[in-house]
Design a protein around this ligand. Structure first.
Ligand code: NAG
Length: 187
């Protein structure tokens, strides 16, 4: 026991001295070297358009469960999306990016989606930067919170959450417009 403790202590000491710079593939560096100085919180509001109808849908069903197990709530259905993100609720309002990814009906009991999508922006300084949203979306709830689990470009090291609220839903076509408030910590 004492010997084990001794070895453990020695290896800790050794790694704290040598681990920083002499590892050949990893080294601790100062965040400022890469320009990461002060973390800030940004709030975006965008409208997400899930368009199933018409000649050029932005949301298409790509996985259909076998009919033998097809549930009335569609459990198992997966849709791929490339949904426009606009500043206003109208589709023809200014386009600022797209939500690309997929959602899946992941609940056997209710309407609970698994959302996995990247918001890619093409506006001003955010052009090309992305935020990754992954979470549970109980679409019948008034407000659905989902985590922002990462990002790229201006959103490196991003973390945060979104709040989704259905703005309009067309029962006939399935088309939906959803307001997304995004709160993201990044540098
Ligand atoms: C965004 O970047 C792309 C390529 O990097 C460029 O073609 C496009 O014009 C840019 N858009 C805006 C709005 O700056």
């Amino acid at each position: 026991m004492a010997a084990l403790f001794y070895i453990f202590t020695i290896s800790l000491l050794f790694s704290s001295v040598s681990g920083k710079l002499q590892d050949d593939f990893a080294a601790e560096i100062d965040a400022k070297v890469l320009g990461f100085r002060k973390e800030k919180l940004t709030h975006f509001r965008v409208y997400w358009h899930d368009i199933l109808s018409g000649q050029k849908p932005t949301s298409i069903q790509i996985v259909k469960p076998p009919s033998s197990v097809l549930a009335s709530n569609g459990f198992g259905i997966v849709s791929m999306i490339d949904n426009p993100l606009t500043v206003g609720p109208e589709l023809k309002s200014k386009l600022v990016g797209r939500a690309q990814g997929f959602y899946a009906l992941a609940s056997q009991e209710e309407l609970g989606l698994l959302m996995t999508m990247n918001f890619v922006f093409d506006e001003g300084k955010y052009n090309g930067s992305t935020i990754t949203v992954m979470g549970r979306n109980a679409v019948l709830n008034k407000v659905r919170e989902m985590p922002v689990i990462g990002g790229s470009g201006l959103f490196r090291f991003a973390r945060g959450y979104v709040e989704a609220r259905t703005h309009t839903f067309d029962l006939k076509t399935g088309d939906a417009t959803v307001e997304y408030n995004v709160y993201v910590l990044h540098y």
